[in-house]
Design a protein around this ligand. Structure first.
Ligand code: PLP
Length: 454
């Protein structure tokens, strides 16, 4: 027993009781869970190794989603732990303030500049994806203001997108559930139609109308391009389902941004660092962002860290007068060490290539499962990012069904993200990039067992 476990046992409370009492968990309604599964929740995870985690009872679970897309290199990496420990001993923290820098952030930024999809990139660092997008919005508005267009304040995003939890990132998010209940969000955020989904490049060509780009052009004409700062888009958005736009979509988006003087912000928070079978999602579409945001896979979740790359063109306006934006932990040395270690693992073990190779295995497995579960309407996979959409219009209470699916999957050895979208239920299956064929087969079989019980 660990010291903490011993202390808790002495106090007569389980870690589960303490978590339930003292910790706010998002999307967890403990009163309902307690009624439906007495003393079953929260599940207490104690350890991770590769693509798997272990709970207090010793159950081994494939983590196909509880890392929320952060864990690319797998759990429990001793080499990353060593680099983090060494960094803490060497220099745990110094802020990037008033002429002070450090060698670790310089090394990380140089390393990133060699791989990101952004021309002549210059980096700022943050602690999360939400913060990265917040900073991107500030940079976009300031960019235009400094160039004599202070009225360019509006940010356009797409319906069905997710960009984070802060007030402005929530305003950019195109999912009603994440936007409501908090009073007014940041002003000047607008949403346009998402691109049509056709499974990526499966058609020869497509018209602009098919890509939903006329809606964006109409919005720009209605609002006036001189009032719009930027468009923000994830290469592959995942709320509700993994939504892969047609291969022409981003080129069209880039053209529209250029024609109207808007900056293109690409949100690589989920897609970045190999998730889609390319190092960055934008590589599938042959476009470069003026501003690109990152988090999650940057450190593979070992230490929280986000980043924002701006192109040389955008950076020009900040050369004489820097952006006044303070963030205590930006470029934290320990996070830099984690990011550098995660990049080493990703490259040494060819994890991006593995994600690309495993895509076919994953898609085949999901399609096989589809044959035995008639309520599945759609499966989508790109790299190791996938979703299974099921029709739950016939069930009495889809929320009860979703909680049961999570529980049945857990009991079958799988952590999978399940959410509701109207009368659809989406199961997102996105394991660490270290998985092999057998892990995917076992994981999808566990999902199949759970789905067949719906
Ligand atoms: C595409 C995208 N952008 C931004 C965010 C926000 O990141 P964070 O939760 O680290 O603030 C997320 C989180 O899931 C995301 O998926």
């Amino acid at each position: 027993m660990t010291t903490t476990q011993t202390a808790m046992a002495r106090a007569g409370t389980s870690s589960r009781d303490r978590a339930r009492k003292h910790v706010r968990h998002f999307l967890a309604d403990f009163a309902t869970l307690q009624r439906e599964y007495p003393d079953g929740y929260p599940k207490m995870i104690v350890r991770g190794e590769g693509a798997y985690v272990f709970d207090e009872e010793g159950n081994r679970l494939l983590d196909a989603g509880s890392h929320l897309g952060a864990c690319q290199i797998g759990h429990g990496r001793a080499e990353v732990a060593r680099r983090i420990a060494d960094q803490v001993k060497e220099l745990e923290f110094i802020a990037l303030d008033a002429g002070i820098s450090h060698i670790y952030v310089a090394e990380l930024a140089e390393r990133l500049s060699e791989i990101v999809v952004c021309d002549e990139p210059v980096f700022s660092f943050t602690n999360s994806g939400s913060e990265s997008n917040e900073l991107a919005f500030k940079i976009a508005r300031t960019f235009h203001a400094r160039r004599g267009e202070p009225n360019r304040t509006k940010i356009v995003s797409r319906l069905g997108s997710y960009h984070g939890s802060s007030i402005a990132a929530s305003a950019a998010t195109g999912v009603a559930a994440f936007r409501s209940g908090f009073g007014p969000l940041a002003p000047d955020f607008l949403q346009t139609e998402p691109p049509t989904r056709d499974g990526f490049g499966h058609r020869e060509s497509s018209s602009a109308a098919e890509l939903s780009l006329p809606e964006l052009e109409a919005l720009i004409a209605r609002e006036g391009p001189e009032t719009i700062a930027a468009v923000i888009a994830e290469p592959v958005a995942i709320p509700g389902a993994v939504k892969i736009p047609h291969s022409d979509y981003f080129k069209g988006l880039r053209r529209i941004c250029d024609a109207h003087g808007l900056l293109l912000i690409i949100d690589e928070v989920v897609c970045g660092f190999g998730r889609t079978g390319r190092m960055f999602g934008a590589e599938h579409f042959g476009v470069s962002g003026d501003i690109v945001t990152y988090a999650k896979g940057l450190t593979s979740g070992y230490i929280p860290m986000g980043a924002v790359a701006v192109s040389g063109k955008v950076n020009e306006v900040f050369l004489k007068t820097p952006l006044l934006h303070l963030n205590t932990y930006a470029g934290h040395p320990v996070a830099c060490a984690a990011a550098l270690a995660a990049l080493d693992v990703t490259e040494d073990e060819h994890l991006v290539e593995n994600a690309a190779e495993m895509e076919a295995v994953l898609r085949d497995e999901l399609n096989r499962m589809r044959q035995s579960v008639p309520r599945i309407k759609e499966v989508t996979a790109i790299g190791l990012l996938s979703s299974v959409i099921s029709d739950v219009s016939d069930v009495a209470d889809p929320d009860v069904t979703i909680r049961k699916l999570r529980k049945d999957a857990y009991d079958a050895g799988l952590l999978v993200r399940v959410a509701r979208d109207g009368t659809n239920m989406s199961a997102h299956f996105y394991p660490p990039l270290v998985v092999g064929r057998r892990d995917i087969e076992d994981g999808v079989r566990a999902l199949e067992v759970a789905l067949r019980k719906v």
